[in-house]
Design a protein around this ligand. Structure first.
Ligand code: HEM
Length: 443
């Protein structure tokens, strides 16, 4: 029975709401809120009303059943400086059009064609790794996945500039985290942080604009996504404008490498702490591949690799939070959600809910062996979200992970570096801080 009373939740500071608690330790605070107040929690961030939803039934309502009642949230405003109105941040009719234009680039057959690029880049990276050295493998995974997506999007046109792009993105993230703490400060203030933030975005803008302009003027079809987007026409014959092209390419460049790099880095972190699982994975990979690199045809046989990837995405979902804003009043979980309120959904905490996962905090890939994925409620495990706004790169990412994990495991073993400790940093994505420092041992 719907009620007009608000769900339970913390009172928070009269001006800042729960912003100070979020700043202190967002994930720990989230755990506390869900334990203390249950499946629907109400709180304020500064003066903005937020409902946190943790029940799969309510999550499905927002992301799937009643999705048209929700848009992307005000909390995405910060990331819009980078993505503009690209697919991740767009809403309404514009989003429908963009999704229709981009979807063909991510069909199964297209992704299959990218698989060679994925494995070739991995082999090149491994050629540079030395037996016994200690490395920040998160850095390496960022470089690897960035080189792959750069080639898929731009052919070879960005190849010599990925280091620059990566440096600019590092600055963007540092300042993004800073800015969230300064929520009340206007963006236009010329603080040193704001200046660095804008400069990083401008550098990325310049890089992409240069490549797009050059391609437009030489008209060369390199068979990559940029060529495809320069050609596509909507049903009414219209094409993407200069600005739209920039926003889509920036969105895909970022979403196409950051989350996959995180999934890989968290997988190496987990395997380095579970040497017995790492050995079993190695045996499986050797048994299937022998001396060669993996191909798409091998993937159905790499069952443990698949389970390890699922478990890693369960414990460390790179897109750890999904936020929507109600466009009109609605009922969710027995409560009235007013128009304008945000709904925050955290795969991070739902994936650790003991109602759906035994020993939820533990890394147990074997839990996926007997069809668990099919038995779970639809929104108890959803690293790529669900519904019409499900990740467009879902198949791309799962293929990339399924190829890169065996490609790397067959050549190297990982151990935590002495004194290594990692903190989970819930930034725009779920990032390891200061990195993932591991010792490599050649197989
Ligand atoms: C392990 C890797 C990945 C994870 C965990 C992931 C997760 C997600 C999630 C949860 C969303 C929904 C966000 C929301 O609705 O607020 C999303 C959207 C999106 N993802 Fe991914 N993603 C991954 C890889 C990729 C890749 C490789 C690409 C592109 C090549 C990509 C492109 C996008 C785009 C463009 C959207 C927006 C889709 C839309 O709103 O229509 N992602 N992703």
């Amino acid at each position: 029975m719907p009620t007009s009373t608000l769900p339970p939740g913390p009172k928070g500071h009269f001006l800042l709401g729960v912003l100070p608690e979020i700043r202190r330790d967002e994930l720990d605070y989230l755990k506390f809120l869900v334990r203390e107040y249950g499946d629907v929690v109400f709180l304020r961030v500064v003066n903005h009303p937020v409902f946190i939803l943790s029940h799969p039934r309510d999550i499905e309502e927002v992301l799937l059943t009643n999705y048209s009642n929700f848009v992307k949230s005000v909390f995405l405003r910060e990331s819009q400086a980078l993505f503009g109105d690209g697919l991740l941040t767009a809403d309404g009719k514009a989003w429908v059009r963009q999704r229709r234009l981009l979807q063909p680039s991510f069909h199964h057959e297209r992704v299959a064609a990218y698989s060679r690029i994925m494995v070739d880049h991995a082999e090149r990276l491994l050629g540079a790794w030395q037996d016994g050295e200690t490395r920040d493998v998160f850095d390496d995974m960022i470089r690897l996945t960035m080189e792959i997506i750069a080639q898929v999007l731009f052919g070879n046109d960005l190849a010599s500039e990925t280091a620059q792009a990566s440096a600019a993105l590092r600055v963007f993230f540092e300042q993004f985290d800073e800015r969230f703490g300064l929520y009340l400060l206007p963006e236009w203030l010329p603080t040193p942080g704001n200046i660095r933030y804008r400069r990083a975005i401008r550098r990325l803008d310049d890089l992409l604009e240069r490549v797009i302009r050059a391609r437009r003027s030489n008209g060369h079809d390199s068979g990559d996504i940029l060529s495809m987007l320069l050609r596509v026409q909507d049903e009414d014959g219209s094409r993407l404008s200069e600005r739209q092209l920039r926003d889509e390419m920036m969105t895909l460049f970022f979403t196409g490498h950051e989350t996959t790099a995180l999934a890989l880095a968290w997988t190496w972190h987990l395997l380095s702490h579970h040497p017995e699982v790492q050995e079993r994975v190695y045996k499986e990979v050797r048994g299937v591949l022998g001396e060669r690199a993996p191909t798409l045809e091998d993937l159905p046989q790499l069952r443990l690799v698949d389970a390890v990837i699922k478990e890693s995405l369960r414990l460390y979902p790179p897109a750890y939070g999904i936020v929507r804003q109600a466009v009109k009043d609605c009922q969710i979980g027995g409560y009235t959600v007013p128009a304008g309120a945000s709904l925050a959904i955290f795969p991070w905490s739902v994936h650790r809910d003991p109602r759906y996962f035994e020993r939820p905090e533990e890394f147990v890939p074997d839990r996926w062996a007997d069809g668990l994925a099919k038995r779970l409620p639809r929104c108890a495990y959803f690293p790529f979200s669900v519904g019409p706004r499900v990740c467009i790169g879902n198949t791309f990412a799962l293929t990339e992970l399924a190829l890169l994990v065996p490609a790397i495991v067959r050549r190297f073993q990982f151990r935590p570096a002495p004194g290594y400790r990692v903190h989970v940093n819930p930034s725009l994505t779920l990032r390891p801080r200061p990195g993932v420092r591991l010792v490599l041992k050649k197989r």
